[in-house]
Design a protein around this ligand. Structure first.
Ligand SMILES: C=C(O[C@H]1C=CC=C(C(=O)O)[C@@H]1O)C(=O)O
Length: 356
């Protein structure tokens, strides 16, 4: 692990692109270190490497497998989780601004143009010092069930996150995806009970995925919704798996799924336009997706992709962290509760940072 992090520090000092990641419930830490600073793009989903795609637009950045070296190490040191219950001072202006955005969303839903829209905000916090390696170590220690990553490109910037949402796992022609929505803060051992609003919001996501994958897939099986833990939060989750038709491509499946109603809304295009017109900031790579593209499996001829939605993430810029968080809005949303939910989501990153 020490050598691995020395390699990370050298790569960063040389200003060369890299990605470090650890999959959910896994002790393997993987790094792709690009050997030049070129900005490569994945164009047709037939490339091999690590992809990093924005919420909007089609420019998916690729760290190509054949232009990088891959390192792997096992996470051997497990520190005790420092469960610092971070208390934040409330930014009244940001609260009012977000609540009025949520109200706009509720009004649009009441008019019938939308069924669900995911509205988000960005918060900038000052860092007292930022040591990439120690923050990333804290990230992987604190969120063992998340996909944890640190991605850097000198022409784009530095992003980190611990996401609970898988977009798609594909092994040659089989696929797995999930429907994730509804959020509440875990309170010790207290049983998690879901309200109708959250159950309905999550069902929208499941229905959307099933309806839209129908043409491209077969033998689809669906689990019952269940409670899944993500750090100190709980969500409702449904597992969906099946087979991709012989005449359908990975590109088609991803373009149906992204952006899911867990990060965009329904109907997809109306919700996306509402977000672009009303959120008032650029999401960039937040709610985009990232992960392994067309990796060769152990068995001959096996090709695997494993993509995640970029949630509970931040961008580090000039000694500041830009944190991103959003909430699914439906007709029953209450603006103040959505604000509180966004504050809870911001804690995922705040807990691991040394804040000013
Ligand atoms: C958009 C986010 O979360 C999504 C995923 C799970 C639960 C969500 C919710 O309860 O609103 C969101 O749809 C975010 O964390 O920024």
């Amino acid at each position: 692990m020490i050598d691995f992090f020395i390699k990370v520090k050298q790569q960063k000092a040389q200003n060369l692109p890299f990605v470090l990641y650890r999959k959910p419930n896994n002790i393997k830490l993987i790094g792709f270190f690009q050997n030049n600073d070129h900005l490569y793009f994945a164009e047709n989903f037939e490339e091999t490497g690590f992809v990093f795609a924005p919420f909007e637009g089609s420019q998916m950045i690729l760290i190509p497998r054949n232009q990088s070296v891959k390192w792997e190490t096992l996470i051997t040191s497990f520190k005790e989780n420092e469960d610092s219950d971070f208390i934040d001072s409330e930014d009244i202006q940001a609260k009012e601004h977000f609540e009025s955005l949520v109200q706009k969303g509720i009004d649009a839903i009441a008019k019938g143009t939308l069924k669900k829209v995911v509205l988000s905000r960005k918060e900038i916090v000052g860092l007292s010092n930022f040591d990439l390696v120690s923050i990333f170590e804290k990230l992987i220690q604190n969120y063992p069930t998340a996909f944890c990553y640190c991605w850097f490109h000198p022409k784009i910037g530095l992003w980190m996150g611990a996401t609970p949402e898988r977009l798609l796992k594909a092994n040659t022609n089989t696929f797995y995806t999930m429907s994730l929505a509804g959020t509440q803060k875990l309170q010790g051992d207290k049983e998690v009970v879901w309200e109708k609003k959250e159950m309905e919001e999550q069902q929208f996501v499941t229905d959307f995925i099933l309806d839209n994958l129908k043409e491209l897939t077969l033998e689809v099986s669906v689990s019952s919704p269940y409670t899944a833990q993500a750090g100190t939060l709980a969500h409702i989750k449904t597992d969906i798996e099946g087979v991709i038709n012989d005449n359908s491509s990975l590109k088609e499946v991803v373009s149906v799924l992204h952006p899911t109603p867990a990060v965009c809304g329904l109907p997809k295009e109306v919700a996306k336009n509402f977000i672009l017109e009303n959120e008032g900031y650029d999401r960039e790579y937040y709610t985009g997706f990232l992960g392994e593209l067309n990796k060769e499996g152990f068995n001959k001829g096996e090709i695997k992709s494993d993509l995640y939605v970029n949630l509970r993430c931040m961008q580090i810029k000039d000694n500041q962290a830009h944190l991103y968080m959003g909430c699914g809005i439906t007709k029953d949303s209450i603006p103040e509760n959505e604000w509180r939910e966004s504050v809870n989501k911001s804690m995922t990153m705040k807990k691991i940072l040394d804040l000013k």
